[in-house]
Design a protein around this ligand. Structure first.
Ligand code: SAH
Length: 336
């Protein structure tokens, strides 16, 4: 059985057409799910009983569960239990402008970044689109809030689960559904070049972030195995193509790790490779985990100032959740 939360509006329209019903019924179903927040198909009262029965014979609205959560200042971290017993995480952050939610895209991750907790546990499987949508729905319902921004930066590499992530974006972007504006959705990739190029052609107008984390191949090879498949120059060439096709500024993420990538020379080198590109650098204070031995850099401000002096737009990411297993994958890591 398919989960209704994994369907795009046009998938559901096609279903209704295939059973000789009017396609506007798809909009009615979306209204129940995303506006009224009614998930029991029997309660879709403006849809005739025999059609509800048909719906029930092919679709479910079964939900993943919140297994536990941890709370800090302006941040709440959730451990979700999927229907097959696997776990993923989501992090809700409270900003001045509202709430943002960081969702996971895979159970585990195969990218193996040396500093990242999620990568310690290999990928078990992709998340289905409905499992990503339900992370949002569950938290909105439980907290009685509306989420303004969604970032696909939780456990997993979104472009290693490309089709489901693209469906997820289309579902939450749908005006008749959650209606999250494209500009309020961010996808972060470690740099799977063919998928960056494919994504560029979709022109979805969402925000793209690249986890670069190093100014040269020597350092990047040591901390991010993906760099041995697509090196920095190939990756930045793909970003340039994305910029040409989408005309949307790209975020370059750079996690600041003590003595690994935080020297003055590294900053100058980074400024040099990004020169002239429509990007901005988001420096991420490294979130230390118990298991990996990397330390947070103490040179974030110096590093930022060099980039600024070189004309590169740079911000420092606000730290959330250092006290609460805030680092990617930590909550799940304790569980499995
Ligand atoms: N796979 C995707 C998205 C998931 S991770 C990607 O690589 O972009 C989201 C971001 O957090 C990435 O930039 C990742 O490198 C970074 N990250 C991972 N572990 C971290 C840690 N312990 N502290 C700070 N940032 C971390």
């Amino acid at each position: 059985m398919k989960n209704l939360f994994g369907l795009k509006l046009n998938d559901l329209e096609e279903y209704f057409i295939s059973i000789n019903e009017k396609k506007y019924k798809a909009s009615q179903v979306f209204e129940w799910l995303y506006h009224h927040r009614i998930y029991n198909i029997d309660d879709f009262t403006n849809i005739k009983i025999d059609i509800r029965e048909k719906l029930k014979s092919v679709f479910t609205t079964e939900m993943i569960k919140i297994k536990k959560f941890e709370e800090g200042i302006d941040v709440k971290k959730y451990l979700f239990e999927l229907l097959d017993g696997n776990y993923v995480e989501g992090v809700l952050m409270h900003h001045d402008y509202g709430y943002s939610l960081c969702v996971s895209s895979e159970v585990g991750c195969n990218m193996g970044c040396k500093f990242c907790e999620s990568g310690r546990l290999k990928k078990v499987r992709n998340l289905e689109a409905y499992e990503m949508v339900e992370q949002i729905i569950l938290i909105e319902d439980q907290e009685k809030i509306r989420i303004d921004r969604v970032v696909v930066m939780g456990i997993g590499e979104p472009f290693d689960n490309y089709d489901n992530v693209v469906d997820f974006i289309k579902i939450i972007n749908e005006p008749k559904g959650l209606a999250l504006g494209a500009r309020h959705i961010t996808v972060s990739t470690c740099g799977i070049v063919p998928k960056i190029l494919e994504f560029a052609n979709l022109n979805l107008q969402v925000n793209l972030a690249l986890s670069l984390h190093a100014p040269n191949d020597e350092i990047r090879n040591k901390i991010m195995p993906i760099n041995k498949v697509y090196n920095i120059s190939q990756t930045l060439a793909a970003i340039k193509e994305y910029l040409e096709k989408n005309n949307r500024r790209v975020t370059i993420e750079y996690v600041m790790i003590n003595m690994v990538n935080d020297s003055d020379d590294n900053a100058y080198e980074l400024a040099n490779i990004l020169k002239g590109m429509n990007v901005y650098v988001n420096l991420i204070p490294y979130n230390e985990t118990n298991n990996l031995g990397f330390k947070k850099s103490k040179r974030i401000n110096e590093f930022k100032n060099i980039l600024l002096k070189c004309g590169i737009n740079t911000t420092v990411r606000r730290e959330f959740g250092g006290s609460i297993s805030g680092a990617c994958g930590q909550l799940r890591s304790k569980e499995v």
